[in-house]
Design a protein around this ligand. Sequence first.
Ligand SMILES: [Ca+2]
Length: 415
Amino acid sequence: MKTKILRRLLSISLVSVLAFNLTACGHDNDGSTDNTETAPADEAVTPSTDAGNNSDPEPEQPSPTPEVIEEQKGLTKADCEERIEALRKTEAVIPTDEEVLTEMASCAVFSRILDRDGMIFSEMDNADRASLRSEIIDSVIWGETALYEKIMTTVNDEYAIPVEEAEKLFRDFYGEEGFVPYEYERVENGYIYPLFADGEPWHRVEHMQYFEDDDHILFTGPSFYESNGGDQKFIAYADILFAKNTDSRYGVTLLYGRYRDEKINIVSVETSSELPPSGDKTYSGNNLTDDDPATIWAEGVKGTGVGETIVIHLDKPSSVYGVVICNGYTASYEQYRDNGIVTETSADFGNGNVVKNEVSGYWCEGYTSEDLADINNTKLELEKPVVTDTIVITITGASAGEKYDDTCISGITVY
Ligand SMILES: [Ca+2]
């Protein structure tokens, strides 16, 4: 965890190179799917610099009392997980302050500090705190939140937040006491400055559902790793637990977050054709669900395989939002370049619920299998989840590679 900030900073130059190279490398289409509704933190949004115009007459909430924070710290991970399981069994609600709570939950997920072990936010180490603080400050600057008007200022034409305001913000947000800057955080003369360097792919949660009891609010939903190309790979379901806290300006404090070890299980895959094995390599539909980007399904008909189908069977009827297709022969740059890719596909979830999308394909000399698997994901997503145990994917467009016209897919995830 301690290396994350460093990794984020080091990633700047790499990301710039990748972004530049995309224009010079193979890409079959512009990947213009509908995945662009959230602007990345470094997008050129220009907030007002009139920080002195504090037109909101609402008085500042007092700082939380130490007693309230102490009480929240008393909960263990096991307590939190028990609470989450109980809340998930209740009816979903729409909280009154949905917008600000969604922003808080998004900060926790964007900062990439969640994992399957779970995390009590107030007990994070300073490197993870710095990751979360960076997202909070980004959110204040670029999110056009009400907080912007209250606490942002400029020092020598640079955006900055007075340290004492920042301390209150972090305490209200996730219960941090005793702010100590991390080595890469820039704090000078009583102001903290945002780090604009983060160009690494980010994490996000979609289709958040909310549950609450007297003391807590739970946000939960499928979480995606989103590459700089805009493609999205399903990671896991994220659970973010808030403690209700009337002393926080948000009415809540971030308490606990985790990725849930649960997925929709594919029990079998039938395909309309497959390329015969070659040496020790097979091209069956089983390669779509093995979590290995080096193994692929390839269609086995003459031409590029438009009209070929993949039928996915789940272990039980499940509530499904969509599928993610990892396109092409993602074992290596050469394999990707030489073989065919999907350019358009449909997914039929039953009962007339069909989604059709363009499918992007990117490859570039020097890309590893992991790079290719990260940047070649396309979602086929329903507006509302449906309960189904069968999904039929049909190739409706494909293009041949430099050497072969066998169209390849390396993985499929259902979420
Ligand atoms: Ca595979």
